[in-house]
Design a protein around this ligand. Structure first.
Ligand code: F6R
Length: 241
């Protein structure tokens, strides 16, 4: 695992955006694995800035997102589809038909999880996957547990994650308790992985991750130790506190 420590959130975002932009320039038909949450917002802003300044072309770029809340569709401002449109897709020349987010309102959620894995395989897999990390060590919504799913699955969110996510909702009752998430196996299939973390509340989990020399389902991010090309980009607050 390669570690890059940047001064602050802005520098972390610029660093990650710079890597993505280079990858897109080198491969205009790239498939990006994308994350939501607070952490990648600055990176998306920077990508949009560079799209407007440089001749970046997303017309053949494809994307797959890590997860979506069960019960929400793209019209809900709290859904991850809505987040992606607002924070990135509406500002670049990506074809929305090439952007994929799990369907939180699928009639048959189990079938939709299988379909999502097939879709990822059919488009040739993810070239570069962006990840955030939960304060409990989750990646995507693979929560610490006795077992972790290999492929995309429907998961119950832990109390810790529900309370972390509450800041995006008006009331506690509205915070979804279940989500569809790409599995650890789906994530590890990506050719390259970038994990971002910012802020003091991530310091403890980043320390645990960087000090791990075993993998444990109780620390889902530890499975990244099995991947040959992972870069962890953090700001000083998430590293030194
Ligand atoms: C989001 C996702 C989650 C977040 C994580 C950190 O698509 O899969 O794993 O990356 O919960 O969230 P933030 O960035 O809000 O701290």
């Amino acid at each position: 695992m390669k570690l890059i420590v940047e001064k602050d959130y802005e520098e972390m975002s610029k660093k990650a955006a710079g890597i993505l932009v280079e990858e897109i320039k080198n491969n205009p038909s790239i498939t990006l694995g994308l994350a939501t949450g607070s952490t990648p917002v600055g990176m998306y802003k920077e990508i949009i800035k560079r799209y407007k300044k440089e001749e970046l072309d997303f017309s053949n770029v494809k994307s797959v997102n890590l997860d979506e809340y069960v019960g929400l569709d793209g019209s809900s401002p709290s859904s991850y589809r809505y987040f992606m449109n607002e924070n990135l897709f509406d500002h670049i020349n990506i074809d929305k038909a090439n952007t994929h987010v799990p369907d939180g309102k699928a009639d048959d959620l189990e079938v939709s999880t299988k379909k999502y894995d097939k879709l990822i395989d059919d488009i040739g897999g993810v070239d570069i996957q962006i990840l955030g990390i939960g304060t409990n060590g989750h990646i995507a919504f693979n929560e610490p547990a006795g077992e972790l799913s290999v492929g995309t699955s429907v998961v119950d969110l832990t109390e810790n994650t529900i309370s972390d996510n509450a800041r995006f909702f008006d009331t506690m009752d509205e915070v979804p308790k279940t989500a569809i998430t790409m599995g650890i196996g789906s994530i590890l299939k990506a050719k390259k992985i970038i994990l971002l973390a910012s802020g003091e509340n991530k310091k403890e989990i980043i320390k645990r991750l960087l000090e791990s020399d075993t993998v444990s389902t109780e620390l889902p991010a530890s499975f990244l130790l099995l991947h040959p090309d992972v870069t962890v980009i953090v700001d000083e607050a998430a590293y030194k506190g």
